[in-house]
Design a protein around this ligand. Structure first.
Ligand code: NAD
Ligand code: MG
Length: 385
């Protein structure tokens, strides 16, 4: 494998820091050429001193001078602000973007990288939820590989290696069910942020952890799967699998099912995306079939976890609805994290926003941006009431 220069957009997050662990463990294979962070200047500086990237971007412009001073003795160029993310994404100095920014903010830099013909390791699922048709069309046109990092999609991707044109009957996305599996609305109504932030199997950023507790994450992943693997909504099934050992499955048209398994550890899909098509040796803990551990499966309770039903509705309706769902959900999740609204209110905000924002069948990129903005203001107005 030739050496790859990786641009980590969102290097201070859960995915970003684990990607840097993979780079540190494989210095012959990878280097970090661009690192970006929104506000954690201290960690960004520490990462820059260790990995010596060509460029760092700090989102919060108030922190620009501090980062610049701290890196004054190095060759790292420091940029700041939202526009600088796109500027960095348009640079020549990297081979693959690891898209690890959380939320809608990841869309524009990722789109820029796709337009530049850069390979994408995609953790930022919201990019495909918001504008999957345009992102994937542009990737196809520019022959850009979009390699999933999300564990379920990495599993499906791995199951498809070597299958050529063999038809997929359906994919089965597994979900842990989150910390409130089996709970009912009378319990969920009282759930507070700190409880919802405790995921049983995965340690992740705050937003995706809340999305996992509400099952919105699985809904976003259904939409992500549609665009990554060119599927119809009815080909995407969700099954609750609380042990998180099977990361997802593909059923082919002969009925054969392939699954990808392993302990829940995001470093595995991260390094797979970075090294694809090669696998690289590591010393991560292995799943042991000799230990007593029953793998179980059940259907998701979409009457209780209505966010998943709303995401399925957005998936079926298509157009700008997934974009609207995502925008309202981002507003709702951050309001919940600030203790402004309750756990079940998040669903209300998303549902009412989806009812309010006009449907557009085939939006342009500008129309996606507008739908996002309108959905955010409306969702925010519900919360301030
Ligand atoms: P995180 O909150 O831990 O990190 C987010 C990163 O994005 C940080 O580096 C932060 O500085 C940056 N960021 C945040 N807001 C920004 C903005 N407005 N502009 C620019 N940069 C910004 O998040 P995470 O858990 O690492 O998740 C990142 C993405 O990966 C999400 O889309 C998530 O759904 C996806 N993902 C994460 C995991 C996981 O295990 N953490 C698993 C699968 C998919
Ligand atoms: Mg996932």
């Amino acid at each position: 494998m030739t050496h790859k220069r990786i641009a980590i957009f969102g290097s201070t997050g859960s995915i970003g820091t684990q990607a840097l662990d993979v780079i540190a463990a494989n210095p012959d294979l990878f280097s970090a050429s661009i690192l970006t962070a929104q506000s954690n200047d201290e960690l960004l500086i520490k990462q820059a001193l260790q990995f010596k990237p060509l460029v760092v971007v700090i989102g919060d412009e108030k922190k620009y001078q501090g980062v610049k001073d701290a890196l004054a003795a190095t060759n790292t160029k420091v940029l700041a602000g939202e526009k600088a993310l796109e500027e960095a994404a348009a640079m020549d100095d990297y081979d693959m973007m690891l898209a690890a920014i959380v939320g809608y903010a990841g869309l524009k830099p990722t789109m820029q990288a796709v337009q530049k013909g850069k390979a994408i390791g995609l953790a930022n699922k919201e990019t495909l939820v918001v504008a999957g048709d345009i992102v994937m069309e542009t990737a196809l046109k520019n022959k850009v590989p979009v390699i999933p990092v999300d564990s379920e999609h990495s599993a499906i991707f791995q199951c498809l290696v070597g299958e050529g044109r063999n038809k997929i009957e359906k994919v089965i996305l597994t979900a842990s069910g989150g910390p409130f599996l089996g709970k009912k609305p009378n319990f969920l109504v009282n759930v507070k942020r700190d409880h919802a932030l405790q995921h049983p199997n995965w340690s992740m950023g705050a937003k995706i952890t809340i999305d996992s507790a509400t099952l919105m994450n699985k809904g976003l992943e259904m939409i992500e799967a549609k665009w990554l693997f060119n599927l119809e909504p009815e080909q995407i099934q969700v099954m609750i699998h609380p042990q998180s050992i099977i990361h997802s499955m593909v059923q082919f048209e002969d009925g054969s099912i392939k699954a990808q398994m392993g302990l829940p550890d995001m470093k595995l899909p991260i390094q797979y995306a970075m090294a694809f098509p090669q696998r690289i040796a590591n010393n991560f803990p292995r799943y042991d079939f000799k230990k007593p551990n029953t793998l179980t499966f059940e259907e998701p309770d979409i009457k209780t976890f209505r966010n998943l039903a709303l995401a399925m509705d957005a998936l079926n309706r298509g157009g700008n609805m997934p974009c609207v769902l995502n925008a309202a959900n981002e507003i709702a999740v951050y309001a919940f994290l600030r203790n402004r609204i309750g756990f079940l209110d998040m669903t209300e905000v998303v549902e009412q926003t989806m009812q309010k924002i006009p449907f557009i069948q085939k939006p342009t990129l500008e129309e996606y941006f507008d739908s996002d903005g309108e959905a955010r203001s409306f969702a925010a107005s519900l919360i301030h009431m």
